[in-house]
Write a protein that binds this ligand. Structure first.
Ligand SMILES: [Mn+2]
Length: 198
């Protein structure tokens, strides 16, 4: 378990490589600033080193350019995919001042937001992957309240019932262990689960 703790957000991260592989073809990124928190998961096509080569572009680009908009970041990552296999990617940016969550994805990395008020927000996936070809982006924005939960995962995590999972979670550690005991497929698997504290 990797943990992130700031005054605005707490998060736990899980990553596992497909059995038999030393390194995961998934990559993730988190970064916290005073006014925003940005996180992302990339799932490189294929597996092993080829997949990793595409996926690791995302944390490399985000660590340098996290202040840019999500569209700018996705376009920047996409440029680096030229002559690589490509990757499914989702980037999420939480803006504390305006209490909004911005999200964009290309391919099968899913986001769930459990609103404390008792409602689930789950943006529909956008088909495709970053491949260096021109992107058609569909960045969404949601408002949030203190105590709302988020869950971002690659397709190596197979959630049977995201709503009951998030609704019934007794905190982040409980959520973390429930998922790794019930939902990890034999694939590269990554998730970032977090609580928006204020
Ligand atoms: Mn995958």
């Amino acid at each position: 378990m990797i943990q992130v703790q700031t005054e605005n957000v707490e998060a736990v991260i899980y990553q596992q490589a497909k059995s038999g592989n030393l390194e995961s073809g998934d990559a993730y990124f988190t970064h916290s600033e005073e006014d925003y928190f940005i996180f992302a998961i990339a799932d490189g096509l294929g597996n092993g080193p080829m997949a990793q080569q595409s996926a690791e572009i995302i944390p490399n680009v985000l660590s340098e350019y996290h202040h840019e908009s999500i569209d700018e970041l996705l376009n920047r990552c996409n440029e680096y995919m030229f002559q690589k296999r490509g990757a499914a990617v989702a980037i999420v940016k939480v803006h504390f001042k305006h209490k909004t969550i911005q999200y964009s994805c290309v391919g099968n990395v899913r986001l769930y937001i459990w609103k404390n008020a008792g409602k689930m927000v789950y943006p529909l996936p956008v088909r495709g992957y970053l491949s260096g070809r021109r992107l058609k982006l569909n960045t969404q924005s949601y408002s949030y309240d203190s105590g709302d939960l988020f869950f971002l995962h690659s397709d190596g995590i197979d959630l049977r019932s995201p709503t009951s999972l998030l609704k019934n979670a007794k905190g982040l550690f409980d959520l973390y262990y429930t998922v790794i005991h019930s939902s990890v497929a034999n694939d590269d698997a990554t998730f970032i689960a977090g609580n928006l504290l204020r």
